[in-house]
Design a protein around this ligand. Structure first.
Ligand code: S3P
Length: 436
C-alpha cells in the first residue's frame, strides 16, 4: 500500500522527457534506416515501454547506445538478425503492434510475447490485415492474443487497402510500414484521425507519405537516417502536472518544450471547454511536430459530456480528465470510448470502481460512464480514508495519485510501481511542483 502525499498548491516550470509515442517510432525508424547510418536521438523517453522497444531491437541485432546526453542507433536496414530467444514487448501495445509487421517480413521465424496485461490485449486488429498481405502468423485465439509466432515471409504482398473499424495509431502505423517490405502499395484509412506521429516523422526519415482522393494513406521509400533528431516533451505526462495546477488553489504550472500536436491535445481542449485557464503557445517544430509551452492555473470547472472525434485525441488522458472532473460542477460524462476497455487494463471499469471507492455515484456504460462532480469544495468533501486499485495500469495509478494528493482525505494506492511504464520522473516532478 502506498500512501499518497498531500499537496496544497502546485507552482513551477518543468521540462519533460521525450514523448513516448514519438520515441518508439524514432527508435524503430532509426534502426530500419540504411545499414551503418547512425542516428543521434536527443530527449528520448526514459519510459519502460520505450526500453521494451529498444530491447526488442537489440535482440534483433540493432546496436543502440543510450547515454545521459543522447541515444545513438546504428541502422541495420529492413532485414534484421535472427534472435536467440523470444522478442518481449513487456507492457507495450505500441511495441507489439508495430513489431508484428517487422517480424512478419523478416527472413526468419520468431516469437513475440508480452506481460500478463499485454497477453490479454487484442492483436487481431494487426494480425488479420497482415495475414491478407501474406504474413504467416499463429497464436492463441487464432492469433488474437500473444504469444504470437511469425514464420517470416521476407516480402509482403501489398496491393490492398484497409479501412479500420476504430481509429488506432498503432494499427495505422503497422500497416503503413508494411509498404517497406511490399512490392505493391498498402493503403490504410481510419474512421477519424488518431495520433499522426508516424505520418509526421516518416518524411524526416526520407519516406514520403501520400494520401489519395478517398483519404487512404500509404508511404513510399525506405527509411534513411536524419543523423540527429530531438523529441518534444511528453504531452501525456504533462497532463498530470497540468491537472495539479488546475485543481489546486494558488497554483500555476508551466511546461516547456512540450508536444502540442492537435491529435494529442484533446485533453487540453476538453479542459478549456470546462472553463480551465490554460495557455498553449506553439514556439517551434521538433521531429516534424509543433512544440511549445503550456501554462495552467487554478480554475473553476463546469462538467461536460465528451464524445465523438475528441475521444481519440485524448484517449490516454480520459483517466486523469475524469479525476479532474471530480472538482467540477455538474454532470461529467464520456461516451464513444469503448477502446478504453482494451488498454493496459479495462480503464472504464478501473475509473468507475475507483471513483465509487471515494464515494462518488457513477453510472457505467459499454462505451463510457457518467457522474456528478463535487465542485470546488471536492477537497473538503473528500475527507475520509480511501483505497484505490491501480490494476497494474500506470495511467490509473497516476490519475488517482493526483486526485488523492489534492483532497483532505487519506488515499492509499495498492501499487504505484507501474508508473515507470510511461513516466519514471513522475515522483520527482510532483515533488518539485509541491509547495510545502
Ligand atoms: C499509441 C496509440 C494509442 C495510445 C497508446 C499509444 C501509439 O493506442 O492509446 O498509448 O503510440 O501509437 P491505439 O493505437 O490502440 O489507439
Amino acid at each position: 500500500m502506498f500512501e499518497v502525499p498531500k499537496i496544497k498548491s502546485a507552482k513551477g516550470k518543468v521540462k519533460l522527457k521525450g514523448d513516448k509515442s514519438i520515441s518508439h517510432r524514432t527508435l524503430i525508424f532509426s534502426a530500419l534506416s540504411e545499414k551503418g547510418e547512425r542516428t543521434k536521438i536527443f530527449n528520448l523517453s526514459s519510459a519502460k515501454d520505450v526500453l521494451s522497444t529498444s530491447e526488442c531491437l537489440k535482440k534483433l541485432g540493432v546496436k543502440i547506445h543510450i547515454s545521459e546526453e543522447y541515444a545513438e542507433v546504428e541502422g541495420k536496414g529492413l532485414y534484421l538478425s535472427q534472435p536467440e530467444s523470444i522478442i518481449y514487448a513487456g507492457n507495450s501495445g505500441t511495441t507489439a503492434r508495430i513489431f508484428s509487421t517487422i517480424l512478419s517480413a523478416q527472413k526468419f521465424p520468431s516469437v513475440l510475447d508480452g506481460d500478463e496485461s499485454l497477453r490479454k490485449r487484442p492483436m487481431k486488429r494487426v494480425v488479420e490485415p497482415l495475414r491478407t498481405l501474406g504474413a504467416k502468423i499463429w497464436g492463441k485465439e487464432n492469433g488474437n492474443k500473444l504469444p504470437l509466432v511469425f514464420e517470416g515471409a521476407e516480402k509482403l504482398k501489398g496491393g490492398k487497402s484497409f479501412r479500420l473499424d476504430v481509429p488506432s495509431a498503432q494499427v495505422k502505423t503497422a500497416l503503413l510500414i508494411a509498404n517497406f517490405w511490399s512490392n505493391n502499395i498498402v493503403k490504410v484509412k481510419e474512421p477519424t484521425l488518431s495520433r499522426d506521429h508516424t505520418e509526421r516523422i516518416l518524411p524526416i526519415f526520407s519516406v514520403n507519405v501520400r494520401c489519395d482522393s478517398d483519404g487512404f494513406i500509404w508511404c513510399e521509400g525506405k527509411p534513411k537516417s536524419p543523423k540527429s533528431i530531438k523529441i518534444p516533451g511528453d504531452i501525456s505526462s504533462a497532463s498530470f502536472l497540468i491537472s495539479l495546477g488546475i485543481i489546486n488553489k494558488n497554483s500555476e504550472v508551466e511546461i516547456e518544450d512540450v508536444l502540442l500536436n492537435k491529435t494529442r491535445t484533446g485533453f487540453i481542449e476538453a479542459l478549456k471547454s470546462m472553463g480551465a485557464e490554460i495557455i498553449c503557445e506553439v514556439e517551434k517544430e521538433e521531429s516534424g511536430e509543433p512544440t511549445g509551452r503550456i501554462i495552467a492555473k487554478t480554475s473553476k470547472l463546469k462538467a461536460k459530456t465528451f464524445s465523438g472525434e475528441i475521444i481519440p485525441k485524448m484517449i490516454d488522458e480520459i483517466p486523469i480528465l475524469s479525476c479532474v472532473a471530480v472538482f467540477s460542477e455538474g454532470i461529467f460524462s464520456v461516451k464513444d470510448a469503448e477502446e478504453l476497455r482494451v488498454k493496459e487494463t479495462d480503464r472504464i471499469k478501473a475509473i468507475v470502481e475507483n471513483l465509487k471507492a471515494i464515494g462518488i455515484e457513477v453510472e457505467e456504460y459499454k462505451d463510457g460512464f457518467a457522474f456528478e462532480g463535487l465542485g470546488e469544495k471536492a477537497r473538503e468533501k473528500l475527507k475520509h480514508e480511501y483505497y484505490i486499485k491501480s490494476f497494474g495500469d500506470h495511467r490509473i495509478a497516476m490519475s488517482f495519485f493526483i486526485l488523492g494528493s489534492s483532497i483532505n482525505g487519506k488515499v492509499f494506492i495498492d501499487d504505484v510501481s507501474s508508473i515507470s511504464i510511461s513516466y519514471p520522473e513522475f515522483f520527482k516532478d510532483f515533488e518539485f511542483l509541491m509547495e510545502k
